[in-house]
Design a protein around this ligand. Structure first.
Ligand SMILES: Nc1nc2c(ncn2[C@@H]2O[C@H](COP(=O)(O)OP(=O)(O)O)[C@@H](O)[C@H]2O)c(=O)[nH]1
Ligand SMILES: [Mg+2]
Length: 201
C-alpha cells in the first residue's frame, strides 16, 4: 500500500497564474529530462502510474501538482537539458521556474534528481542556487545507481557532496529499479512536509 493512501493528481500549470493555491507545504522534484524524476516520484509515493514515465523526454513544460493530503503537495517541475527544445520554450521554462521559486511560500524543499552517470550539471546547480537563495532545503538523489559499479558510485557521491558543501543540501545514491535509498528519500520528504526540521515557513 502507498505510504500516502490519498495521493492524487491535483492540477497542471503551464503558466504562472495557474499554480495550485499556495497553502500548507509542498516539496518540489526537479531534474534534467530523462534523469528519472517521474520514476523517483512513483517510487517514493509507491504509486506506479502517478507521474508518467516518458520515453520521449522534454515535451512537457508543465508544473504538475499532486496532493498527499489537503495541505501537503508534491510538485513535478518540468525537466530541462533537452537539446531539441526551441528557444522560446526554453525561455518560457526559465520564466516559469523563476516565478515559481520567487513566489512559492509553501515550498519547503527541493528534491533534485541527477543521473549518477552524469553527475551535477550547470542547470542542476542553478536549481540548487534558486532554492538555497530562498532559504529552503535541497536533497540530491543520484539516480539510476543500479547502472554504475561500486567504485563509480562512491566517486560520484563524493564529488557531489564536495560540490554541495552547503549545510542545507544533502546527497544520496538512489535507484528506483534496485530500490536503493527509497526509504531515505521518503524520510527526507516526510520530514520537510511534517515540519519537524528547521526548514520552511
Ligand atoms: N536503470 C534504471 N533506469 C531508470 C531508473 N529510474 C528511471 N529509469 C529509466 O530512465 C528513463 C527516464 O525515466 P523518467 O522517470 O521518465 O525520467 P524523467 O524524464 O526525469 O521523468 C526511463 O526509461 C526509466 O525507465 C533507475 O533507477 N534505474
Ligand atoms: Mg518525467
Amino acid at each position: 500500500m502507498s505510504t500516502y493512501p490519498h495521493v492524487k493528481f491535483l492540477t497542471s500549470a503551464a503558466e504562472a497564474h495557474q499554480l495550485a493555491p499556495d497553502v500548507g507545504r509542498e516539496v518540489a522534484f526537479a531534474g534534467r529530462s530523462n534523469s528519472g524524476k517521474s520514476t523517483a516520484i512513483n517510487a517514493v509515493t509507491q504509486r506506479a502510474g502517478l507521474a508518467r514515465v516518458s520515453r520521449t523526454p522534454g515535451r512537457t513544460q508543465l508544473i504538475n501538482f499532486f496532493e498527499l493530503t489537503p495541505e501537503r503537495r508534491l510538485v513535478d517541475l518540468p525537466g530541462y537539458g533537452f537539446a531539441k527544445v526551441p528557444e522560446r520554450v526554453r525561455i518560457h521554462w526559465l520564466e516559469l521556474m523563476q516565478h515559481y521559486f520567487n513566489v512559492r511560500e509553501s515550498l519547503v524543499g527541493l528534491i533534485l534528481i541527477v543521473d549518477s552517470r552524469r553527475g551535477l550539471g550547470e542547470q542542476d546547480v542553478a536549481m540548487l542556487e534558486w532554492v538555497l537563495a530562498r532559504g529552503r532545503r535541497a536533497h540530491v538523489l543520484l539516480s539510476k545507481s543500479d547502472k554504475i559499479n561500486r567504485r563509480d558510485s562512491d566517486r560520484v557521491l563524493k564529488e557531489t557532496l564536495a560540490a554541495c558543501a552547503d549545510a542545507a543540501v544533502s546527497v544520496q545514491l538512489f535507484s528506483a529499479h534496485s530500490k536503493r535509498g527509497i526509504e531515505t528519500a521518503r524520510a527526507v520528504m516526510d520530514g520537510w512536509l511534517a515540519g519537524t526540521d528547521e526548514a520552511g515557513p
